[in-house]
Design a protein around this ligand. Structure first.
Ligand code: DSN
Length: 425
C-alpha cells in the first residue's frame, strides 16, 4: 500500500487484534477467504435491483454471485426466501419495518435497556421515532422473559409487528410461544437472530424458521462473515393485507420485502460484500463450522461457570449461547465504564453494557458484556477461558492497580501469541 498513513493505521489495528483478547460478543474474526472476497473488483460494480432485474448493464456475473449467496443462505437455514443485500442488521430491520408497517403503527420489541437492540423501537432510533414502540423485558429477580407478561403486553398494545431477538440476552427464545402470541393479536412475527445466527444454523439453539414470519440477521457475529445483514423467510407467504397484482394474483411477501430493501431503504447493493457473504455461508455449511459453534458455547459456559464460582452475578443466571452479561453491582463497586477501561488497558476488550433495571446511564452502566465467538475462532478452549476469567477477576477487584494491569497485559500478549490470527500474517 502506498498510502503510508493508512498503512500504518492498518498495521496498528492488525497488531491490536493479534495481541489482544477480543471478548466483544458481537465481534468475530472472519476467515482470510472472507476478507479477500471483500477486497476486489466487485467493489466497482453498480447493480441496483435484483438478479435478472437490474437497472444497470453488465450485471450477468454479479447476478450469479448474488444468486450463489442466496442459495447458500437458504440451504444453511432451510429457508425459502433470502435477501442478501442489506448493508447491516439495522438496515435489514429498517427495510422490514418499511415493508410491513405504516408510520405510527405499533411494534412490540425487547427493551434496549434489558438487552434488546436499538433498531427494535428504541426512542433514539428511527424505529422509535416513526413507529409507536412498546416493549417487553425481563423480570428483575430472574433476568428472564416472562412469556405470560409478553402475551399480556401484546393483548393491550395490539402491535402489528412483534420482534424477538436481543443483543445481550444469554438465554434461548421460545419462538413457538411468540408465534402463538403474534397470531392471537394478528401481528407479524420477526426474529432478529443477529447474535446467535451461527449457533442456530448448526442446530444448537431453538430455530425460529418454522415459527417466525420473517427472520433478520447480521452476517458478522457468530456467523463469522463480512459485516452486513440479510432477511429470510421459512415460507414465502402471501402478503397478509390482500394486496394483489394488476392481474389479481396475490403479491408474495418476498416482493414486498425486496421492495423494502430496494428501492425502499437502499440503493446499489455491495456486491463485494455479497460475495464475501457467499463465502461465509459456504464455510458455515461445513461440519468444521459445527465444531466451532459447539466450542463457542462450551467456552461461554466455562467462562460463565468460572465467573459464578468467583462470586459474580450473570444476568439470567447463566448462559446457553455465546455471551453473558455481568451485573457488577452484585459484588463490586466499580461501574461498567471503569471495568471496560481497566480491562482494555490489559488488552482485554469488552463492552460496558446496561443491565436490566440499571441505575446508571448508558455511558456509565453497571455491567459488562462478554462473548466467546472471536476467541473461539482464535482457538482458545475451556481452560483458556477459565484462565482469562482469573485475570479479569483480578483486574476488576483491583482496577486502579496499574502494575497489576500491566503485568496481566503482558500475560495476555504472551498467551495470544500462541493463537495466530491468520497463520499467513
Ligand atoms: N447489536 C450490537 C451489538 O451487539 O454489539 C451492534 O449493533
Amino acid at each position: 500500500m502506498h498510502d503510508i498513513q493508512l498503512h500504518n493505521l492498518l498495521e496498528r489495528e492488525t497488531a491490536r487484534q493479534i495481541n489482544g483478547v477480543e471478548l466483544i460478543a458481537s465481534e468475530n474474526y472472519a476467515s482470510k477467504e472472507v476478507i479477500d472476497a471483500m477486497a476486489n473488483v466487485l467493489n466497482n460494480k453498480y447493480a441496483e435491483g435484483y438478479p435478472g432485474k437490474r437497472y444497470y448493464g453488465g450485471c450477468e456475473i454479479v447476478d450469479e454471485i448474488e444468486n450463489l449467496a442466496i442459495d447458500r443462505l437458504n440451504q444453511l437455514f432451510g429457508t425459502e426466501y433470502a435477501n442478501v443485500q442489506p448493508h447491516s442488521g439495522a438496515q435489514a430491520n429498517a427495510a422490514i419495518f418499511l415493508a410491513t408497517l405504516q408510520a405510527g403503527d405499533t411494534v412490540l420489541g425487547f427493551d434496549l435497556s434489558h438487552g434488546g437492540h436499538l433498531s427494535h423501537g428504541s426512542a433514539v432510533n428511527y424505529s422509535g421515532k416513526i413507529y409507536d414502540a412498546q416493549f417487553y423485558g425481563v423480570e428483575e429477580e430472574t433476568g428472564l422473559i416472562d412469556m405470560d407478561k409478553v402475551a399480556k403486553k401484546a393483548e393491550i398494545a395490539r402491535p402489528k409487528l412483534i420482534i424477538c431477538g436481543a443483543s445481550a440476552y444469554s438465554q434461548d427464545w421460545d419462538y413457538k410461544r411468540f408465534r402463538e402470541i403474534a397470531d392471537s393479536v394478528g401481528a407479524l412475527l420477526l426474529a432478529d437472530i443477529s447474535h446467535p445466527a451461527g449457533l442456530i444454523a448448526k442446530g444448537l439453539l431453538n430455530n425460529p424458521v418454522e415459527h417466525c414470519h420473517i427472520i433478520s440477521t447480521t452476517t458478522h457475529k457468530t456467523l463469522r462473515g463480512p459485516r452486513g445483514g440479510v432477511i429470510m423467510m421459512g415460507k414465502n407467504i402471501d402478503n397478509p393485507w390482500g394486496r394483489s397484482t394488476k392481474k389479481g394474483n396475490p403479491i408474495k411477501m418476498s416482493s414486498i420485502l425486496n421492495s423494502g430493501v430496494f428501492p425502499g431503504m437502499q440503493g446499489g447493493p455491495l456486491e463485494h460484500i455479497i460475495a464475501a457473504k457467499a463465502v461465509a455461508f459456504n464455510e458455515a455449511l461445513t461440519d468444521d463450522f459445527g465444531i466451532y459453534a459447539k466450542q463457542v458455547i462450551a467456552n461461554s459456559t466455562a467462562m460463565a461457570d468460572a465467573f459464578t464460582a468467583a462470586g459474580y452475578k450473570i444476568v439470567s443466571g447463566g448462559t446457553v449461547n455465546h455471551l453473558m452479561l455481568l451485573d457488577l453491582r452484585h459484588n463490586l463497586t466499580l461501574n461498567g465504564k471503569q471495568a471496560d477501561a481497566a480491562l482494555g488497558a490489559a488488552h482485554i476488550t469488552v463492552n460496558k453494557n446496561m443491565v436490566p433495571y440499571d441505575d446508571k446511564s448508558p455511558f456509565v452502566t453497571s455491567g459488562i458484556r462478554l462473548g466467546t465467538p472471536a476467541i473461539t475462532s482464535r482457538g482458545l478452549r475451556e481452560d483458556d477461558c477459565i484462565e482469562l476469567v482469573s485475570w479479569i477477576d483480578a483486574i476488576l477487584k483491583d482496577f486502579e492497580n496499574e502494575s497489576l494491569i500491566k503485568d496481566i497485559g503482558k500475560k495476555v500478549e504472551a498467551k495470544m501469541s500462541q493463537f495466530p490470527l491468520y497463520p499467513s500474517i
